[in-house]
Unconditional design. Structure first.
Length: 159
């Protein structure tokens, strides 16, 4: 296993242990993160997001598989199972992650998952009926972005 694959394993092992500080330390200072909910995080924002999510999580289970890395790029698959805080509904999110490395750290991290599947699990009937729509998707993104902004304002180390 090369250093890049070990870094991915370190990142997800820290995730399993709810160690947001180690997760943040895996990112390059110029890091970029994106997923269907947080489409464009930069710099310290990815670390802030993981801290916010982990501090607010109850009964979170994270597993990861298929770690691969070579030539400055890497990938993994990971699952998160948790109750969605706003509804209490159980979510089992299946994610494909892609990484780009620079200076031995993650400089780009893209998570891909089915947002409609997530809304169906997290929101129930409203997610089933409207989770595919741009209106619901944009509302989910907006609410998550506002929550992250409030978190960053309370934690100046992320500014």
């Amino acid at each position: 296993m090369n250093d890049e694959a070990r870094l991915i394993e370190r990142f997800y092992t820290a995730f399993q242990q709810r160690d947001w500080a180690t997760m943040a330390a895996c990112y390059h200072p110029e890091a970029r993160f994106s997923d269907p909910v947080f489409p464009d995080l930069r710099g310290k924002q990815p670390g802030a997001m993981w801290r916010m999510l982990l501090e607010g999580a109850s009964d979170l289970q994270v597993t990861f598989t298929d770690v691969q890395a070579s030539g400055g790029r890497g990938s993994a698959r990971w699952d998160a199972v948790y109750p969605f805080s706003q509804t209490g509904r159980r979510v089992h999110n299946r994610i494909s992650a892609e990484f780009v490395f620079r200076d031995g750290l993650i400089v780009e991290h893209r998570d891909r998952f089915d947002l409609w599947a997530w809304t169906r699990m997290a929101l129930g009937l409203p997610g089933v009926l409207l989770g595919w729509s741009p209106i619901v998707r944009n509302k989910v993104r907006k609410m998550a972005g506002q929550r992250l902004q409030r978190f960053i304002e309370k934690h100046p180390e992320y500014a």
